[in-house]
Design a protein around this ligand. Structure first.
Ligand code: DGY
Length: 319
């Protein structure tokens, strides 16, 4: 029997799966586990099932010890894991791609609709108790049909977002590091463009790329200025892809029309400037937050950890 440390609350069905084969030490506190507590618990662990709120770095891996075999992240993003440090120590790192694709594309579209049709603004107005009545020019937003969606990062979530955009009658342009199969591009009617063209021509720019040194502040003052004044920026990927201070300035100065954000540069802190703006929709990292999706993510992470511990290839290794 091996020892598995789970760094936060995950659905019971996944814990049961782990407990059926191994000794499981799961953090169940109402707050995230503290760094000190995490380091104490991982000492001697054979596998760690981690949440994106915990940093899995060289210090943690060394504290765990040389018997550590697996780090199974319950997230598709793995910027919380030092993957080279895992590889150097022979630790297999895994993530949960695929199972959260549709939920994240759904929330992307929720943000697009909320930002362009001013849903949050309207709800705030009603809840504030202000007088209002229907009016020809009251809270007018922008329609989506015939508009252009620019997708940065055409992985599975980017493609799922593009499929939704197509159903809304939008044109799609995209930028991607990898080659996208021609039949997928044809099905979506999508056109690959350089970032400059994407920023200059899109009515909505949606971020779906992974976060890392190459995408840190990919969207800053220069890129925001290059966007149309009528355009919206949507982020369901990772906060630091956007320079948040530059975004606040662009929204204040009218360089872009609005934004919809599910993730933040210094999460869970949100730039105070964003809080004061009406033309930005803010939600607290809910991209994968459905019962079905979180269950599937936890089960996939559990299966990955169990596979490594039984000397099999995990389903979704990183890299
Ligand atoms: C992920 O999986 O990377 C999401 O951000 C968490 O839902």
């Amino acid at each position: 029997m091996s020892r598995i440390v789970v760094t936060g609350c995950i659905p019971e069905v996944a814990l049961e799966k782990l407990r059926a084969e191994h000794d499981v030490d799961a953090w169940t506190g109402p707050e995230s586990i503290s760094r000190g507590e995490l380091l104490t618990r991982v000492a001697g662990a054979d596998a760690v099932v981690s949440l994106l709120t915990e940093r899995i770095d060289a210090e943690l891996l060394d504290t765990a010890g040389p018997q550590l075999e697996a780090v199974a992240n319950v997230a598709v993003g793995y910027d919380n894991i030092d993957v080279p440090a895992c590889t150097d120590r022979g630790v297999i790192a895994t993530n949960t791609p695929g199972v959260l694709t549709e939920a994240t594309a759904d929330i992307t579209f929720g943000l697009i609709l909320s930002a362009t049709r001013r849903l949050s603004e309207g709800e705030r107005l009603i809840r504030s108790g202000q007088d209002w009545k229907w009016g020809m020019f009251f809270l007018l937003g922008s329609g989506l049909q015939g508009k252009t969606l620019g997708i940065i990062g055409m992985g599975s979530i980017g493609k799922a977002t593009a499929r939704r955009a197509k159903a809304f009658g939008m044109r799609i342009v995209y930028q991607s590091r990898s080659t996208i199969a021609s039949e997928v591009v044809a099905e979506l009617g999508a056109r690959r463009v350089e970032l400059d063209e994407l920023l200059a021509t899109s009515d909505i720019v949606s971020l779906h790329c992974p976060y890392g040194p190459a995408t840190h502040h990919l969207i800053g003052a220069e890129q925001l200025t290059a966007m149309k004044n009528s355009a919206y920026l949507i982020n369901t990927a990772r906060g630091p892809i956007i320079n948040e201070a530059a975004l606040v300035a662009a929204l204040q100065e009218g360089h872009i029309a609005g934004a919809g954000l599910d993730v933040f540069e210094n999460e869970p802190n949100v730039h105070f400037g964003l809080l004061e703006l009406d033309n930005v929709v803010l939600v607290p990292h809910l991209g994968s937050a459905t019962i079905e999706t979180r269950t599937a993510m936890a089960l996939l992470a559990a299966d990955n950890a169990l596979a490594v511990l039984s000397k099999q290839r995990p389903l979704t290794p990183i890299g």
